[in-house]
Design a protein around this ligand. Structure first.
Ligand code: ADP
Ligand code: MG
Length: 503
């Protein structure tokens, strides 16, 4: 593992307040399970389908219909738990959370309040090279998603789309261990990265496949340490929950606004009322949605349609055997195996796809050079066109070919960039292109000497100056490179120029 500094979380202190306040944040992340079928029915989960086309009778709450648990979803929840180093509960159970909503035809949501499938785990949140913070996971439970009410399609009517109804969600609940807006975003990003590596949720926030309820409270300095020491929540301030955030940027903005709102109330002698709020990014404020409901308001009770969920340790072990190498481990391995910086390893392991691409480029080649080319040239170029690595027009084999040509000294770094551009836009075999277009580096010292002699002969005044001031030798190097179309070996040119000027 990496040699990380576990920094005590630095709390965000809000400037402009009369006194110092610290933030305390806990997140409930809803992650849609990557499953083609819903949690309790065989209906499809395809995004963007015709409204109300992916609805089984049980999803529509038809009388007498019975839910049947989707084993695949259970396996993915277990896999997620294992990926978050969490305890897997061999017995869990489903409860009904009762409420009325037009897009909830059953009149209740099937969830797991009392016995979730996954217990305590952890996420290491990266806050920059060498610094990571541990956020504890309290639990992960499986539950159904609700449908969607649409209010903006018609001036007089609202519509209901039940395609989402019954889709499997994992609710991943953190402890209130997050201490600032940036850390909250870094936590969600790390969680999303792990879920994507695991293949248990695609992490698409735009489609709502990953969204977070953000709980925020403020407290005086020192109070959080007391909570940490005792796990007694009464040391913390009253929290408000901001619902359904589906962008990293909005999560940060909402926390900042909410903290300021709470501080203003407290400094005015007021009290925070525990409630559910909504963030309005246009106005840059959070607004009250409803007062906080308690579990008993939902009259939770064990779902009589479903038996307790019993799984076997042997099955959990089978799933554990399928876990991929996860981001923290992969990053640590890249640092030791390729001698790269932790920062570079972090960039390359941001997704499993980019890490695999890099490893293919680096295989049997100069790892540091490969890292440099993948990060600076390829990622830089892809970013310009808003492509990700899976859409790279340059394959790992092609980039590997370019790197081999550099390593063998066949092409200079400068020519390599031109070659990369050709491969990127036109495709082709790098070695063949170099051959066909005469891009090979001139290492023939005779040819370079001739070019140096010519430049020296044509510029006597410059020669005089350079003899007084050796720093001016660079000008000759530049001239020779120009004369050879950038193909002369720069190291050889430097040496020959220096030798000739010294004569
Ligand atoms: P509910 O669903 O009723 O909101 P949960 O137990 O599911 O309750 O989630 C509560 C979330 O609020 C957790 O992520 C927890 O860490 C967080 N939390 C609890 N107390 C505080 C607090 N004082 N300040 C900030 N976050 C808190
Ligand atoms: Mg909750």
């Amino acid at each position: 593992m990496l040699d990380l500094t576990y920094e005590a979380p630095k709390p965000k202190v809000i400037a402009g307040a009369k006194q110092d306040w610290e933030l305390v944040i806990g997140l409930e992340v809803h992650a849609q399970v990557s499953s083609n079928a819903k949690l309790f029915s065989g209906a499809s989960t395809q995004f963007g389908a015709e409204p109300n086309s992916n609805v089984a009778f049980v999803d529509a709450g038809m009388p007498g219909m019975l839910p049947v648990i989707n084993e695949g979803c259970v396996a993915l929840a277990v896999k997620t738990g294992l990926g978050l180093k969490a305890q897997i509960n061999l017995t869990s159970a489903f409860d009904r959370k009762n409420y009325f909503y037009p897009d909830l035809p059953q009149g209740y949501q099937i969830s797991q309040l009392y016995h979730p499938i996954v217990g305590e785990g952890e996420v290491l949140v990266d806050m920059g090279p060498g610094v990571a913070r541990l956020v504890r996971i309290e639990r992960i439970h499986l539950e159904q998603d609700a449908g969607k009410s649409i209010h903006d399609m018609d001036p007089h009517m609202s519509f209901v789309d039940l395609n989402r109804t019954g889709v499997a969600l994992m609710e991943i609940v953190s402890r209130p261990d997050i201490r600032g807006p940036e850390e909250a975003a870094a936590y969600v990003s790390k969680l999303r990265q792990i879920l994507r590596y695991l293949g248990t949720c695609d992490g698409n926030m735009q489609n709502g496949n990953l969204r977070a309820d953000v709980n925020v409270s403020v407290c005086a300095p020192g109070a959080y340490e007391k909570y940490q020491a005792t796990q007694d929540f009464s040391h913390l301030g009253t929290r408000c929950e901001i619902k359904n955030m589906n962008s990293m940027r909005f999560i940060q903005q909402a926390i900042d606004h909410e903290a300021r709102r709470q501080i203003a109330i407290l400094e005015d002698g007021g009290k925070i009322v525990q409630e559910t709020r909504l963030y309005d990014p246009d106005k840059g404020e959070t607004r009250s949605m409803r007062s906080k409901e308690e579990a008993h308001d939902y009259r939770y009770f064990p779902c009589p349609d479903l038996l307790p969920l019993e799984i076997e340790q042997a099955w959990v072990d089978e799933i554990a055997a399928t876990l991929p190498e996860l981001p923290d481990e992969k990053k640590a391995r890249f640092v030791t195996e390729f001698g790269m910086t932790e920062y570079d390893a972090g960039v390359l392991t941001a997704s499993a796809e980019s890490a695999a691409y890099f490893e293919e480029v680096a295989k049997g080649r100069d790892g540091k050079l490969a890292a440099n080319w993948v990060i600076n040239e390829l990622f830089g170029r892809l970013k310009k066109e808003d492509h990700d690595i899976t859409k790279s027009p340059v394959s790992a084999a092609q980039l590997g070919g370019i790197i081999e040509l550099i390593s063998k000294g066949d092409i200079s770094g400068k020519i390599a960039k031109d070659l990369f551009e050709i491969v990127y836009t036109e495709g082709g075999d790098p070695a063949q292109i170099v051959e066909d277009r005469g891009m090979k580096q001139v290492t023939d010292t005779g040819a370079i000497e001739a070019a140096v002699d010519k430049v020296i002969a044509e510029n006597p005044a410059q020669v005089e100056k350079a003899r007084q001031n050796p720093k001016l030798a660079g000008w000759f190097v530049g001239q020779v490179m120009k004369a050879t179309g950038g193909k002369a070996n720069p190291k050889a040119v430097n040496q020959i120029v220096a030798a000739k000027l010294a004569q």
